[in-house]
Structures are given as C-alpha cells and as structure tokens.
Design a protein around this ligand. Sequence first.
Ligand code: ATR
Length: 276
Amino acid sequence: MKNRYAVFGHPIKHSKSPLIHHAFAEQTGQTLSYEAQDVPAEQFETAVKDFFNQGGKGLNCTIPLKELAWQYADILSPRAQAAKAVNTLALQEDGMIFGDNTDGIGLVRDLTINHNIQLEDSRILILGAGGACRGIIRPLLDHKPQTLSIANRTASKAVTLAEEFSGLIAIKGCSFDELTDRQFDLIINATAASLSNDLPQLPSGLLADNGSCYDLAYANEPTPFVHWGKINNAIKSLDGLGMLVEQAAEAFFIWRGIRPETQPVIAMLRNAHAVT
Ligand code: ATR
C-alpha cells in the first residue's frame, strides 16, 4: 500500500497541496498518495485519529485547524512552539505525533533564496497580528533584521505580540496610523484582508527606496497588496505562491527525508495560473 498523506482544512476544495506533493513525489521518485479532506474544526480530532489509525503517515493542516493541530501534537518543534500553530503532523516510529510549523521557513526561503531579498539588518514591517503573523516572526528574527514592526487594525494585538517576541532585536507593535513618517525595507501582508480583496489603509512613503512587498496570500490576479507594492515602487512585489510551495517542500522533507526542488513546481503553478 502507498504511504498516505493528506491536507485537512475547511474549506479545502481549492487547495493546491495535492498537486504540489504529487509533483514532489514524481520528481524525487517517491511512491505516496496525498489527498485533500474537508475537515471542519469540530471534526478535527476524530478525523486525525482515524487518519493515523488507518495507516496515514503525515498530515498538513490549514485554516482553521492550525491551532488545533498544535494542541493535538505529542511533540512540538521549537518553531511550532513559538508559532503556537502547526501545519505539519508526522507519525514517528514510536507512534508519537510530531508537530511542526513550516510556514515561516517557507516564507524565509522564498524571500531569501528564490527572490534574493536580504533580511539581515533590514527594517521589516508585518501587517496583521493574527495567526499568520505569529507563525513568521521567529524565522524572520533568526535572520537578524535591524527592526521588526507589527502594525494591526486592533493595535493592542500587535503590541502584545511584539512584547511576547521581544528580545535582542527591537520589535514594536502599533496601529496603522502610527506608521506615518516611518520607512521599511520589507513589508509583509499577514492580514486576512487580501482574502476579501481588501487592503488596510497605509500611509504613502511607507516603503523605503529599493524596498520589497510580500503578500502571504496568493491569487490568480495580483492581490490588492501586491498591487499596492507595485504602485509604491517596490523593487519586488510578490504574492505567497512561492511560500506555499516552500512550506510544502519542508513538510515533504520532514516526512520523506528528501528535499524536493521547488523552482519547477512554482513555475508549473504560475503557468497553470496563466492559462486559467
Ligand atoms: P490568521 O490566523 O489567518 O492571521 P486571524 O487570526 O483571524 O487570521 O487574523 C486576521 C488578521 O487580519 C488580524 O490581524 C486582523 O486584524 P484585527 O486583529 O484588527 O481583526 C486582520 N484583518 C482582517 N481583515 C482586515 C481588513 N479588512 N483590514 C485590515 N486588517 C484586517
């Protein structure tokens, strides 16, 4: 029987994860199955238990299940502990379930390796202070930016998150209004606004010369934030498709011990977009 993997989420119909993992399996000569399963939060625990009891080897969990997966895991990686969210579950040989979070490293790889954006000594701004933001803070801090700021519609959430992660590097939480007169080399959109084709009101002049923008969301068309970056002279204004593939590659590595090449898979998905 093929080793079984799956992604659980709700909704899940449009997930690209099966396509990505099948491409990785083909590229690396691995035999496995990977399917998408619609699992509402109330059914999460039963569905995970059933999956592993029936021989499943590893799971990805996406919205709205990442926190539940974090609670479910028997053992957590340090980055999953910091994120308080898990997107990858893996059955260990001793029967324990290992939980990891590959979102942050996926973002960092896409930024630094695929797009050659330097994080060291840069001034980074994250928009949004929800789960998506929490998941990327630690991996970004690992690259020693000069400053990390978090701006959120509800400022108190940004302040609390900044305090939780503050340490060697200056990290600050604020409202969007408080961003006036400040400049950043990299602005990352981690709000859920793109999902409703919306964009927080941002002051002009926020992006430094040669600065870049990155939207964790992706869509067939440029997202409102990618568009904002372009009209604000971002040297690069990117959506989260590369991060999606990179986080999947890291999950594949956790499960199979082999790191697939991501570039051909990113290109395949971009081309698929182009023809739809
Ligand atoms: P996720 O786990 O995906 O980050 P979340 O925890 O619901 O989702 O957080 C969504 C984030 O997007 C929050 O920072 C939210 O701001 P609030 O904390 O003020 O609610 C932000 N957000 C959602 N819609 C937004 C919009 N239209 N404009 C600005 N921020 C928005």
